[in-house]
Design a protein around this ligand. Structure first.
Ligand code: HEC
Length: 100
């Protein structure tokens, strides 16, 4: 009985981590390659007073930083990296992933 429940838990964990890797893998790679963390630490990415307060504002910040740092991202890269940061840190309601 318990074993069966435990197995189900493991299987659902595996599935959710697989889903994560397909959904955010490229965005995570882009983010790492763009060296965003040279200026940022994870404390920067959270809902703060006077900070970003929606997915749209998060997207604007990502776009601004990507442009200022000449990382050469396309619009879908800005979008998907915003989704990745949102998933990891902010938790706003977000639009679906854009395919490249
Ligand atoms: C040269 C330093 C620098 C680099 C590199 C940089 N940023 Fe920023 N970023 C900033 C500064 C400074 C701010 C604060 C601007 C403000 O709040 O007015 C900021 C703000 C942000 C915010 C808003 C944070 C919040 O919750 O208020 C996000 C998101 C962000 N950057 C993402 C990125 C991403 C993605 C990259 C990589 C492409 C990146 N940044 C690279 C300097 C940098």
């Amino acid at each position: 009985m318990y074993t069966k429940y435990f197995t189900l838990q493991i299987v659902s964990l595996l599935i959710s981590s697989l889903l994560f890797s397909s959904e955010h893998k490229e965005a995570k790679e882009l983010f790492t390659e763009a060296k965003c963390m040279h200026c940022h630490n994870t404390n920067d990415f959270q809902v703060r007073k006077n900070g970003v307060s929606s997915f749209a504002k998060l997207h604007k910040s990502v776009q601004a930083c990507a442009t200022n740092n000449n990382v050469g991202w396309f619009e879908e890269d800005n979008h998907n990296v915003s989704r990745y940061l949102n998933h990891e840190h902010y938790g706003f309601k977000q639009p679906p992933k854009l395919e490249e």
